[in-house]
Ligand binder design. Structure first.
Ligand SMILES: [Zn+2]
Length: 155
């Protein structure tokens, strides 16, 4: 009981709090700060722990992470193409909304990716990939948009 060095350091999968358990301990443990109950396996490292407590399938998590940040520009694009913004001026308002939502895509993506332990690893990995795609795709569409705008003015 005196030997503090023989304690196993465990990170709560729910709140990220560092807990200490006896080295040989195996079984259920209750987090003192958030009351989350989880299983402790001896000699399992942090990444195994995280993997074991994912409530969703890693592939599903990745795809959700990939799609979630892109959903805003997709929704705005669908709304714009159905002409919901078209009551005042032609498509321009819808396009403006779409261009703005494109900028938010990588922001949401990287926001999720570097949110720490709030989301499961696969979801964060998907969001990071999504952020990179959003950054490239967004700047590409912006270039086309800007050349279209300048072309429209000069012509
Ligand atoms: Zn906790």
């Amino acid at each position: 009981m005196e030997n503090v060095g023989q304690k196993l350091k465990i990170t709560c999968p729910s709140c990220g709090e560092d807990l200490a358990a006896p080295l040989e301990y195996e079984g259920r443990i209750r987090c003192p700060s958030c009351a989350h109950v989880f299983l402790v396996e001896t000699f399992s490292d942090q990444s195994d722990m995280e993997e074991g407590y994912q409530e969703i399938d890693p592939h599903t998590g990745f795809w959700f992470g990939l799609i979630a940040p892109a959903s805003l520009p997709i929704i705005v694009f669908v709304l714009a193409s159905t002409g919901i913004f078209d009551y005042s001026s032609p498509a321009l308002l819808g396009i403006t909304y779409f261009m703005c939502s494109l900028c938010i895509w990588p922001v949401i993506g990287f926001g999720i990716a570097y949110s720490g332990r709030t989301f499961v690893g696969s979801f964060r990995a998907g969001a990071r990939v999504s952020g990179v795609i959003g950054l490239f795709l967004g700047s590409l569409i912006w270039l086309v948009f800007l050349s279209w705008i300048s072309g429209g003015i000069t012509n």
